[in-house]
Design a protein. Structure first.
Length: 247
Protein backbone atom coordinates (compact mmCIF):
# COMPACT_ATOMS: atom_id res chain seq x y z
CA UNK A 1 0.00 0.00 0.00
CA UNK A 2 1.45 3.33 -1.08
CA UNK A 3 1.74 6.23 1.44
CA UNK A 4 0.11 9.48 0.31
CA UNK A 5 2.61 12.00 -1.00
CA UNK A 6 1.59 14.68 1.52
CA UNK A 7 2.03 12.38 4.53
CA UNK A 8 5.40 11.20 3.29
CA UNK A 9 6.57 14.78 2.83
CA UNK A 10 5.49 15.64 6.37
CA UNK A 11 7.48 12.73 7.78
CA UNK A 12 10.54 13.77 5.84
CA UNK A 13 10.19 17.33 7.16
CA UNK A 14 9.89 16.12 10.76
CA UNK A 15 12.96 13.94 10.35
CA UNK A 16 14.94 16.82 8.95
CA UNK A 17 13.94 19.01 11.90
CA UNK A 18 14.99 16.32 14.39
CA UNK A 19 18.36 15.91 12.70
CA UNK A 20 18.88 19.65 12.65
CA UNK A 21 18.09 19.97 16.36
CA UNK A 22 20.47 17.13 17.19
CA UNK A 23 23.23 18.77 15.18
CA UNK A 24 22.67 22.08 17.00
CA UNK A 25 22.91 20.38 20.38
CA UNK A 26 26.19 18.72 19.38
CA UNK A 27 27.60 22.03 18.15
CA UNK A 28 26.56 23.83 21.35
CA UNK A 29 28.14 21.13 23.47
CA UNK A 30 31.36 21.28 21.47
CA UNK A 31 31.39 25.06 21.54
CA UNK A 32 30.74 25.13 25.28
CA UNK A 33 33.46 22.61 26.00
CA UNK A 34 35.86 24.37 23.69
CA UNK A 35 34.96 27.74 25.13
CA UNK A 36 35.35 26.43 28.64
CA UNK A 37 38.77 25.07 27.79
CA UNK A 38 39.78 28.37 26.28
CA UNK A 39 38.47 30.21 29.31
CA UNK A 40 40.39 27.94 31.63
CA UNK A 41 43.55 28.31 29.58
CA UNK A 42 43.03 32.06 29.43
CA UNK A 43 42.53 32.27 33.20
CA UNK A 44 45.63 30.18 33.86
CA UNK A 45 47.76 32.19 31.46
CA UNK A 46 46.36 35.42 32.76
CA UNK A 47 47.18 34.50 36.33
CA UNK A 48 50.75 33.64 35.35
CA UNK A 49 51.13 36.84 33.37
CA UNK A 50 49.68 38.89 36.23
CA UNK A 51 52.14 37.28 38.69
CA UNK A 52 55.10 37.89 36.39
CA UNK A 53 53.94 41.44 35.72
CA UNK A 54 53.58 42.05 39.45
CA UNK A 55 57.09 40.72 40.15
CA UNK A 56 58.57 42.85 37.39
CA UNK A 57 56.76 45.92 38.65
CA UNK A 58 57.93 45.34 42.23
CA UNK A 59 61.54 44.69 41.26
CA UNK A 60 61.62 47.59 38.84
CA UNK A 61 59.94 50.10 41.13
CA UNK A 62 62.57 52.48 42.56
CA UNK A 63 60.29 53.14 45.51
CA UNK A 64 60.16 49.46 46.49
CA UNK A 65 62.49 48.41 49.33
CA UNK A 66 65.54 46.30 48.38
CA UNK A 67 64.54 42.66 47.98
CA UNK A 68 60.81 43.42 47.58
CA UNK A 69 59.04 40.57 45.83
CA UNK A 70 61.81 38.14 46.70
CA UNK A 71 62.12 35.86 49.75
CA UNK A 72 64.34 37.38 52.42
CA UNK A 73 67.69 35.68 52.80
CA UNK A 74 70.64 36.15 55.09
CA UNK A 75 72.79 39.07 54.15
CA UNK A 76 70.11 41.00 52.18
CA UNK A 77 68.79 43.12 55.03
CA UNK A 78 69.24 46.87 54.85
CA UNK A 79 70.55 48.38 58.08
CA UNK A 80 70.08 51.93 59.29
CA UNK A 81 73.15 54.14 58.98
CA UNK A 82 74.18 53.74 62.64
CA UNK A 83 74.20 49.93 62.34
CA UNK A 84 76.00 49.92 59.02
CA UNK A 85 78.60 52.36 60.37
CA UNK A 86 79.14 50.15 63.41
CA UNK A 87 79.67 47.03 61.30
CA UNK A 88 82.10 48.82 58.99
CA UNK A 89 84.05 50.11 62.00
CA UNK A 90 84.26 46.57 63.41
CA UNK A 91 85.46 45.35 60.01
CA UNK A 92 88.26 47.91 60.05
CA UNK A 93 89.33 46.93 63.58
CA UNK A 94 89.32 43.24 62.63
CA UNK A 95 91.36 43.83 59.49
CA UNK A 96 93.89 45.95 61.38
CA UNK A 97 94.32 43.40 64.16
CA UNK A 98 94.75 40.57 61.66
CA UNK A 99 97.43 42.53 59.80
CA UNK A 100 99.14 43.44 63.08
CA UNK A 101 99.12 39.81 64.20
CA UNK A 102 100.61 38.72 60.87
CA UNK A 103 103.32 41.36 61.25
CA UNK A 104 104.25 40.05 64.70
CA UNK A 105 104.39 36.47 63.46
CA UNK A 106 106.53 37.59 60.52
CA UNK A 107 108.93 39.18 63.03
CA UNK A 108 109.17 35.73 64.63
CA UNK A 109 108.05 36.71 68.14
CA UNK A 110 108.11 33.80 70.55
CA UNK A 111 106.47 32.43 73.69
CA UNK A 112 103.39 34.14 75.12
CA UNK A 113 103.63 36.99 72.64
CA UNK A 114 103.49 34.57 69.72
CA UNK A 115 100.55 32.74 71.25
CA UNK A 116 98.80 36.09 71.71
CA UNK A 117 99.40 37.04 68.07
CA UNK A 118 97.98 33.71 66.91
CA UNK A 119 94.91 34.23 69.12
CA UNK A 120 94.39 37.71 67.69
CA UNK A 121 94.58 36.43 64.14
CA UNK A 122 92.18 33.57 64.80
CA UNK A 123 89.60 35.56 66.79
CA UNK A 124 89.56 38.60 64.51
CA UNK A 125 89.39 36.45 61.37
CA UNK A 126 86.33 34.68 62.74
CA UNK A 127 84.77 37.99 63.78
CA UNK A 128 85.52 39.54 60.38
CA UNK A 129 83.72 36.69 58.61
CA UNK A 130 80.68 37.13 60.85
CA UNK A 131 80.66 40.88 60.20
CA UNK A 132 80.84 40.39 56.45
CA UNK A 133 77.99 37.87 56.61
CA UNK A 134 75.81 40.47 58.32
CA UNK A 135 76.69 43.20 55.84
CA UNK A 136 76.14 40.93 52.86
CA UNK A 137 76.84 42.50 49.43
CA UNK A 138 77.42 45.83 51.18
CA UNK A 139 80.72 44.48 52.53
CA UNK A 140 82.00 43.81 48.99
CA UNK A 141 80.68 47.15 47.74
CA UNK A 142 82.54 48.91 50.53
CA UNK A 143 85.74 47.12 49.58
CA UNK A 144 85.39 48.37 46.02
CA UNK A 145 85.05 51.93 47.34
CA UNK A 146 88.49 51.82 48.96
CA UNK A 147 91.45 53.81 47.76
CA UNK A 148 95.12 53.66 48.66
CA UNK A 149 96.21 56.17 51.30
CA UNK A 150 99.71 56.35 52.71
CA UNK A 151 100.65 52.90 51.46
CA UNK A 152 97.53 51.28 52.96
CA UNK A 153 93.84 51.06 52.22
CA UNK A 154 91.43 53.76 53.24
CA UNK A 155 87.82 54.48 52.42
CA UNK A 156 86.97 57.43 50.25
CA UNK A 157 84.79 60.17 51.70
CA UNK A 158 81.84 58.56 49.96
CA UNK A 159 79.88 55.60 51.20
CA UNK A 160 79.49 52.42 49.15
CA UNK A 161 76.35 53.91 47.61
CA UNK A 162 78.24 57.02 46.51
CA UNK A 163 76.67 59.29 49.11
CA UNK A 164 79.06 61.46 51.15
CA UNK A 165 78.91 60.64 54.84
CA UNK A 166 80.72 61.27 58.10
CA UNK A 167 80.81 57.50 58.67
CA UNK A 168 83.03 57.01 55.62
CA UNK A 169 85.26 59.90 56.69
CA UNK A 170 85.65 58.35 60.13
CA UNK A 171 86.65 55.04 58.53
CA UNK A 172 89.22 56.89 56.45
CA UNK A 173 90.76 58.35 59.60
CA UNK A 174 90.76 54.96 61.34
CA UNK A 175 92.51 53.32 58.41
CA UNK A 176 95.14 56.02 58.14
CA UNK A 177 95.88 55.72 61.84
CA UNK A 178 96.10 51.93 61.70
CA UNK A 179 98.28 51.99 58.60
CA UNK A 180 100.65 54.48 60.23
CA UNK A 181 100.94 52.32 63.36
CA UNK A 182 101.81 49.21 61.37
CA UNK A 183 104.28 51.08 59.20
CA UNK A 184 106.06 52.35 62.31
CA UNK A 185 106.21 48.86 63.81
CA UNK A 186 107.73 47.54 60.60
CA UNK A 187 110.76 49.77 61.18
CA UNK A 188 111.51 48.02 64.50
CA UNK A 189 112.93 44.61 65.31
CA UNK A 190 113.76 42.32 68.20
CA UNK A 191 112.87 43.43 71.73
CA UNK A 192 112.05 46.96 70.55
CA UNK A 193 109.44 45.63 68.13
CA UNK A 194 107.93 43.30 70.71
CA UNK A 195 107.60 46.04 73.33
CA UNK A 196 106.11 48.55 70.88
CA UNK A 197 103.78 45.94 69.39
CA UNK A 198 102.33 44.94 72.77
CA UNK A 199 101.83 48.60 73.65
CA UNK A 200 100.08 49.15 70.33
CA UNK A 201 97.77 46.18 70.93
CA UNK A 202 96.93 47.40 74.43
CA UNK A 203 96.16 50.90 73.18
CA UNK A 204 94.21 49.75 70.13
CA UNK A 205 92.00 47.34 72.04
CA UNK A 206 91.34 49.93 74.76
CA UNK A 207 90.20 52.42 72.11
CA UNK A 208 88.03 49.82 70.38
CA UNK A 209 86.42 48.82 73.67
CA UNK A 210 85.64 52.45 74.52
CA UNK A 211 84.09 53.01 71.08
CA UNK A 212 81.91 49.94 71.46
CA UNK A 213 80.73 50.96 74.93
CA UNK A 214 80.27 54.68 74.30
CA UNK A 215 78.93 54.72 70.74
CA UNK A 216 78.41 51.58 68.73
CA UNK A 217 76.48 49.36 71.13
CA UNK A 218 74.24 52.13 72.60
CA UNK A 219 73.30 53.32 69.09
CA UNK A 220 72.66 49.88 67.60
CA UNK A 221 69.11 49.45 66.28
CA UNK A 222 68.99 45.94 64.82
CA UNK A 223 69.05 43.06 67.30
CA UNK A 224 71.46 41.07 65.13
CA UNK A 225 73.88 43.97 64.99
CA UNK A 226 73.65 44.57 68.74
CA UNK A 227 74.29 40.88 69.45
CA UNK A 228 77.30 40.85 67.13
CA UNK A 229 78.72 43.99 68.75
CA UNK A 230 78.35 42.39 72.18
CA UNK A 231 80.20 39.31 70.95
CA UNK A 232 82.90 41.55 69.50
CA UNK A 233 83.14 43.41 72.80
CA UNK A 234 83.72 40.17 74.72
CA UNK A 235 86.66 39.27 72.46
CA UNK A 236 88.11 42.80 72.53
CA UNK A 237 87.96 42.92 76.33
CA UNK A 238 89.74 39.56 76.60
CA UNK A 239 92.45 40.69 74.17
CA UNK A 240 92.94 43.90 76.12
CA UNK A 241 93.35 42.02 79.37
CA UNK A 242 95.95 39.72 77.82
CA UNK A 243 97.90 42.65 76.34
CA UNK A 244 98.04 44.32 79.75
CA UNK A 245 99.30 41.09 81.26
CA UNK A 246 102.13 40.97 78.71
CA UNK A 247 103.39 44.48 79.54
Amino acid sequence: MRMPVMKRANLLLVGAVVLALAACNDNNSTTTDSGSGKAEARNSTGATEDHARGMATTLGDPDSPPGAGLPETEGTSTFVEADRKALLAVMEVDQHEIAAADAALAKNVQGEVRAYAETLREDHTRNLEATRALLGPSADATGEAMTTVGGGTAATTESATGTPGSGAQHLTEMKRKHDAEREHLQTLSGAAFQKAWIESMEKGHAEALAKLDDELIPNAQDDRVRSHLQTTRTAIAAHLETARGLQ
